[in-house]
Write a protein that binds this ligand. Sequence first.
Ligand SMILES: [Zn+2]
Ligand SMILES: [Zn+2]
Length: 597
Amino acid sequence: MAAAEEDRHLRLTGEFDCDATPLATLRHSTSHVMAQAVKRLFPEVKVAIGPAIEDGFYYDFAKSEPFTPEDLARIEAVMAEIVKANVPFERQEMARADAIAFFEKLGERFKVEILHGIEAPTVSLYKQGDFIDLCRGPHVRATGEIKAFKLLSSSGAYWRGDEKNPMLQRIYGTAWLSQEDLDKYLWRLEEAKKRDHRKLGRELDLFDFYDVAPGAPFWLPNGMILVRELEKFARENLDARGYQEISTPMLVNKRLWEQSGHWELYQDNMFKLEIEGEIFSLKPMNCPEASYVYKRAVRSYRDLPLRFSEMGRDHRNERSGTLTGLVRVRQFTQDDAHIFVRPDQIQDEISALLDLVRMWYKTFELQPSYKLATRPEKYLGTVEQWDAAEASLHEALKANGLAYDLNPGDGAFYGPKIDVDVHDALGRSWQIATIQVDLTMLPERFQLEYIDADGQPKRPVVLHRAIYGSYERFIGILTEHYAGAFPTWLAPVQARVIPISEKFIDYARKVHERLRAARIRAELDDRNEKLGYRIRDAQLRKVPYMLVCGAREAESGTVSLRRRSGDDVGAVAVDRVVADLVHEITAREPGLTVGRS
Ligand SMILES: [Zn+2]
Ligand SMILES: [Zn+2]
């Protein structure tokens, strides 16, 4: 969204400078007020642009020194005065040449540059009080309508995002229609900081990063349990649905990428190596190689659909400055699949996929929403092929009773697709899954065929799809979604057995053995520490259950059961704990159920 907003401000594309929705208009207007406040406090500063963005707004300023937190507080205070004064936003039009002269006189060189870059003969300016800005609106009527706002942070940003341009100082802020909404948002920000997967990953010993391998995690034993459980979940579900797993090489000769078209369009994102005089690359995706597997036999119409799944380890050369924890990496493992179907099978296969996607995310208590992206301006294949494929996608979504948004023109050049966003516990949305219909890319470039009922060779359609997206990113998202408190089936340690004192170590050891025999990931904490300390430690490690063992428990064959939330369940028979735990883990229950009557 930010890129599109910048574009509107810089090149004056679209009708307005911000979305005409109440929230975007409010945020954009708040950015004007912020610029006014900045000019009042720092008259020497020059202004660049101030778009509304997701959840807020920013404005860029040319200023030699960065803004300090104290500066932000002062700016916020002046903004509050401007809001209180309820100054109207007044529009005026000006010939472009006059506007250039006007902003030149003010020394506002970025505005002048923008004006030189456009063709419109007249432009609009908006004025509130002593501040005037080149802008096409829309705005709120007066500053008094800005009720709930807050400045969040500032950082350096290059003019027009280009490292060759001067570095500007950007201030980010947020604005909402009510104080209540603002408070909720600020809580979410705070909570997101606490849940940051990079922080939790280190604290819970899940994964770590070292500068010898930028953008690639080192998985630690605890994190590897998450990977393995997710793989197991995926494999169980795919095995049951007729997928066949393949694994294809990571290091591939460039000839393959020339054939697939990646060499031409994507090679800047690929890691290349020279081996015995030939160029190879690490695969950035798995599609072309899946075609090799398809092509190694003659396929009949009766063989389709053929579903090849692959845990494909891919590499993409993302710029080091953009790498972020597990959500933006250079090396990742996709839960990929390529499904080869006849054109008449698209709808049923997509329908089955949507059903799988829904079940999949339900397990993690993530709420999915669906977007159907259709034929773009530049496309391969025929309009008839596209229309039929798009109709199948509409029908499949409807058959599943799913509400969905339409993204006209946003399909890939080789076919329409369904993108699936999930909404996490903080209400943030993440795009994870995608189901792409490939009418031409693999089928044509790799000349895929099946022999149809009439004995003639035909082109299959390929469905590309991933549901986790990548294991790395999905685990990053899950870590924040659960705040590190994973459901028991995923938890690296599922239970800790804690003897009250040394006297009960033998009994605790027996309980621990029982759990281990039932394949529950249990630990025995017989450290010479106070009981309270050990309980707190298990809670900090987000271990779902603590089984405390003392005299009464040893006599009656029970444990005193506690949950990581701090709930004290009380005495529960060891047999019951084991049986309930096994059930909870096997059923992949999202909540803690052991000992619940
Ligand atoms: Zn404006
Ligand atoms: Zn693919």
